[in-house]
Write a protein that binds this ligand. Structure first.
Ligand SMILES: *Cc1c(COP(=O)(O)O)cnc(C)c1O
Length: 399
């Protein structure tokens, strides 16, 4: 069938909640994807910061296949070897104390919210605790996660949402302090805001929040769903600030394409929050998902993926800065490691660049209303950066 026929078939049956690009992707290889017509794309979107090891990383497929040959799912009524191994590895990598595996990012946020509320409940017996979240944040589409997502456009039609949420300005410590009350149980933020437009937290802000939380026994929840797993040049972005959260959420790159997320608690929170009966999921942490997590973390360690991000990121930054200097429609760059955003303006819309790049065989993303987002697989080499630059330059010159 032609791409057009596949697209029509999908549009006839899939609920229309996404305006998809007119491309039917079919297979991947390294940092490249192919559509059903055989056209090749250099992938600087990685399935939205998911495919950090690229397609068919040596050893990863084998780990999945050997788990398929054993068992995919057993429920959380029993133990499995992959669960035990993945849990130990992710706890070790994060510096946290306990993990709960979920099936998505939104579910990780849901669990984090419940853990924070339970912690506060055990402290004072009250049931009206509040969470402070940030404007322009993104934490997912389920009702709880949507309630802490500071974007009225996503929320409007779905009210009433979960109560007890107050919003503050990102990177503005005073605005957070102004929202603290006796009822505040947690402060929730992305260490680097992703969907909102690639805004890294300032060191002053993150350290200030940690101090504020310590003073008032408020839990600090860091959402590392997009910026975690090596993307910023540290295993988790907060590690470069020297700030330890009480609760951390992870997903996207955790399974390198296998749907899996997690929330992690430090010892203090783990000791005094969720207990048997409080939380659960049928699929969460099943042997297949955990085999993926385990393999991903093994590869990160064995092949020094985080170190590679640190090596290659300055090259990408330098090249992007050169491009920004040359084109009036590219205004400035923000980001850390291989999570980069280029602000687009002067009469050009970011969507036009994304589409023109696709024609040139380059996949990119947008973020916020005007940011070109580059979140390539973490295994890119200089030659891929060069190829991306060539294609992006061509795309911009065609506008
Ligand atoms: C993608 C994302 C989520 C939601 O994850 P889903 O798997 O889509 O539910 C939450 N937080 C951040 C920072 C994200 O980037």
């Amino acid at each position: 069938m032609s791409m057009k026929e596949y697209m029509d078939q999908a549009e006839n049956y899939v609920l229309h909640t996404y305006n998809r690009f007119p491309i039917v992707l079919d297979s991947g290889n390294g940092v490249y994807l192919k559509d059903t017509d055989g056209k090749e794309y250099l992938d600087f979107g990685a399935g939205i910061a998911v495919y950090s090891l690229g397609y068919h990383y040596p050893g990863f497929d084998d780990a999945l296949k050997s788990q398929i040959d054993k068992v995919l799912h057993i429920s959380n009524l029993y133990y499995s070897v992959p669960l035990a191994q993945a849990a130990q590895k992710v706890v070790k990598a994060s510096g946290m104390s306990r993990v709960f595996f979920t099936n998505s990012g939104a579910e990780a946020i849901e669990g984090a919210i419940k853990a924070a509320r339970k912690y506060a409940f055990l402290k004072d017996g009250q049931t009206d605790h509040e969470i402070i979240a940030m404007h322009h944040s993104f934490h997912g589409r389920s009702v709880g996660a949507l309630s802490v997502t500071g974007n009225p456009h996503y929320q409007e039609a779905f009210k009433p949402l979960m109560g007890g949420v107050r919003f503050a300005n990102y990177n503005d410590l005073e605005s957070v302090k102004a929202q603290v009350t006796q009822k505040t149980c947690a402060i929730l933020l992305e260490t680097v805001q992703g969907e909102g437009g690639i805004y890294p937290a300032t060191e002053e802000f993150l350290k200030g929040l940690r101090t504020l939380c310590d003073e008032k026994d408020i839990l600090l929840i860091l959402d590392e769903i997009q910026c975690g797993m090596g993307r910023t040049g540290d295993m988790f972005a907060c590690q470069s600030y020297g700030v330890e959260p009480d609760i951390m959420t992870v997903a996207k790159a955790l399974g390198n394409g296998v749907p899996v997320g997690a929330f992690l608690l430090n010892e203090k929170t783990a000791q005094s929050s969720l207990v048997p009966g409080d939380h659960g999921t049928t699929y969460g942490g099943n042997p297949f998902a955990c085999a993926a997590v385990s393999s991903v973390l093994d590869i990160f360690e064995k092949d020094h993926i985080v170190e590679h991000v640190r090596d290659i990121a300055p090259y990408l930054e330098e090249k992007l800065d050169g491009l920004i200097a040359k084109h009036a429609c590219l205004i400035t760059r923000r980001g850390r490691g291989l999570m980069q955003g280029v602000v687009v303006g002067n009469g050009v819309k970011v969507g036009e660049i994304v589409k023109a790049a696709q024609k040139e065989g380059l996949l990119t993303l947008s973020a916020g209303s005007d940011v070109l987002r580059l979140v390539p697989p973490l295994i890119i080499e200089k030659k891929h950066v060069d190829e991306m630059m060539e294609k992006l330059e061509k795309a911009i010159s065609m506008l």
